[in-house]
Design a protein around this ligand. Structure first.
Ligand code: FAD
Length: 501
């Protein structure tokens, strides 16, 4: 690279991943950034539920939350409800934030297990403020104030993916990112084939660069097409391979949570936005046809469909090498695990943060690339295990898809987690694992995995004290939630543009 010339980073793809990468690079580096996208190809057009970490990403970019929600027609999300994953009437929530409050040496759930067995505790979700508020349809944001401790209630968002990409595009326009409309036909490589030197568009335009970010979606044009990094196929554990999606009019409840409802061979999502509800049905094509999946989705909409149902095909898995030579894969080009826990956009964000932390010099550094890929692999596999759990521990006996999910062997890492929980309610979160202990406990219990015993220290608390502890915690959440606003008016007021005096 010429001394004095800015390093050129070329991003291929203008979906959520491409624009998130462009925005972060424009904000945090002095590189010359070019993003190539093809209107003719378009984006995947789904990916509308998130986890709380996205707030950090937006805040890092200096994005105002109210403006972001206004521009993306977004809503608040306090967790995910799992309906029907044990039997048709079963319901539990994986809510963000803590559940109960530990005491002494033990986490809360150990006391709760004993209290529940003695009949002096409510369902686990009653000790989560997020779940209590979500079920009551409430939302509130507390700003830190001197001397007052704000309740711990983390939130995430639902948003319109197309509007988020457009919003970030405007952000990038204002920060000097060059956007090129065109279709990439091929990549050019160095003589040894290990790095990329440029891309060629359909119209003959050639764009050269120093680093390349493949955000081309399922096509994985650069990372797989040019550099041959393969997908590690995880279908034996995460067997759903299709989704049908359709937006509908928002006539039903405006829930501050995502709903995931199990069906005969998969599950449906319901994501309420300001202007519509996003709906989809994720399913396994060996057990359900596209027509049946679409019919099931259309039969369960809150309001009139606003478009034709659209079928998407995918293979679950992780790209073995996500950073190869001078090319980083992000988003669907890096792999896809299915949307049950809304983790894909988070994986884009965490890969961007990791890449920025190892910000490449003029020459790719193999030691950093190896470390990046090692961390990515750990992150992806630990999320994968969490996603497998509700499939594996489903209670839908007698339905072929669900019977097959229960019978399938799970990765050894997940077996260990389940074994430890069954033995003594033990949950161990390894370094940098995304999901918290509270998340694991909620899904284990929600899916009917009960420990053989709780920790013996929980037996040292007198039963009357235990009962009082449960009542105080539960009532505190009920009272806090009662003081909050309803989700819709809260959002309206929060998003209202400031009126100048
Ligand atoms: P895309 O949106 O597909 O963008 C690819 C871009 O590359 C487009 O701009 C396209 O035009 C461009 N491109 C492709 N080929 C070329 C070419 N030859 N030349 C030029 N440009 C090209 N994630 C979540 O976090 N939460 C969710 O709730 C969620 N739900 C999902 C549901 C489903 C059914 C699916 C499939 C995914 C879901 N995801 C979810 C994942 C999420 O949609 C993606 O992680 C996110 O949208 C990023 O997509 P992307 O930018 O990688 O790909």
């Amino acid at each position: 690279m010429d001394e004095g010339r800015k390093q050129r980073i070329i991003i291929v793809g203008g979906g959520t991943a491409g624009w998130m990468a462009a925005a972060a690079l424009a904000r945090f580096t002095d590189r010359a950034i070019t993003l190539v996208e093809s209107e003719a190809i378009g984006t995947v057009g789904v990916g509308e539920a998130t986890i709380p970490q996205l707030r950090l990403f937006n805040a890092g970019l200096g994005i105002d939350e109210a403006e972001f929600l206004r521009e993306t027609r977004g809503s608040f999300k306090l967790g995910i409800e799992f309906a029907g994953w044990s039997c048709d009437s079963s319901r539990y929530m994986h809510a963000f934030g803590s559940v109960g409050q530990g005491a002494g040496l033990l986490p809360f759930h150990q006391y709760w297990l004993r209290a529940h067995a003695s009949g002096i505790a409510e369902e686990l979700g009653r000790y989560s403020l997020n779940e209590t508020a979500a079920r009551a349809g409430k939302m509130q944001i507390w700003r830190p104030s001197p001397g007052a401790q704000a309740p711990d209630m983390p939130w995430a968002y639902h948003f319109d993916a197309g509007l988020y990409a457009a919003y970030l595009r405007r952000y990038c326009d204002a920060r000097g990112v060059t956007r090129v409309e065109g279709t990439v036909s091929r990549a050019e490589k160095s003589p040894d084939g290990g790095t990329l030197t440029g891309i060629l568009l359909d119209d003959g335009t050639s764009i050269s660069g120093d680093y390349f970010i493949d955000c081309s979606g399922f096509r994985a044009l650069l990372i797989e097409g040019a550099l041959g990094s393969e997908l590690e196929d995880w279908s034996q554990w995460l067997p759903c391979n299709r989704a049908v999606a359709v937006p509908c009019a928002g006539t039903g409840e405006f829930t501050p949570y995502t709903r995931s409802t199990a069906t005969r061979a998969g599950w449906r999502w319901r994501i309420p936005l300001q202007h519509r509800i996003g709906n989809g049905h994720v399913y396994c094509s060996s057990f359900m046809s596209d027509d049946e999946a679409a019919a099931n989705l259309l039969d369960n909409l809150d309001g009139a469909a606003l478009d034709e149902p659209r079928v998407l095909r995918f293979t679950t898995g992780m790209r073995r090498t996500q950073w190869s030579g001078n090319c980083l894969a992000l988003g669907l080009a890096a792999g896809f695990m299915e949307p049950l826990e809304s983790t894909s956009i988070h994986l884009v964000q965490s890969a961007i943060a990791r890449f920025l932390g190892m910000l490449p010099g003029s020459v790719p550094q193999p030691a950093l690339i190896d470390e990046f890929n090692r961390q990515a692999s750990f992150e992806w596999t630990s999320i994968r295990d969490f996603l497998i759990l509700p499939y594996h521990a489903n209670g839908r006996v007698g339905e072929p898809f669900w019977d097959a999910c229960r019978a399938a062997e799970v990765p050894e890492t997940l077996q260990r987690k389940i074994g430890q929980f069954r033995a003594a309610g033990f949950v161990h979160r390894e370094y940098e694992e995304l999901f918290t202990d509270a998340g694991w406990v909620q899904v284990m219990i929600g899916q009917g995995i009960w420990p053989d015993h709780w920790h013996p220290i929980a037996d040292t608390v007198p039963e009357s004290d235990l009962a009082a502890m449960m009542t105080v915690l539960e009532q505190r959440h009920v009272q806090t939630a009662a003081k909050m606003s309803d989700h819709a008016p809260f959002l309206r007021a929060y998003c209202a543009p400031a009126v100048s005096p």
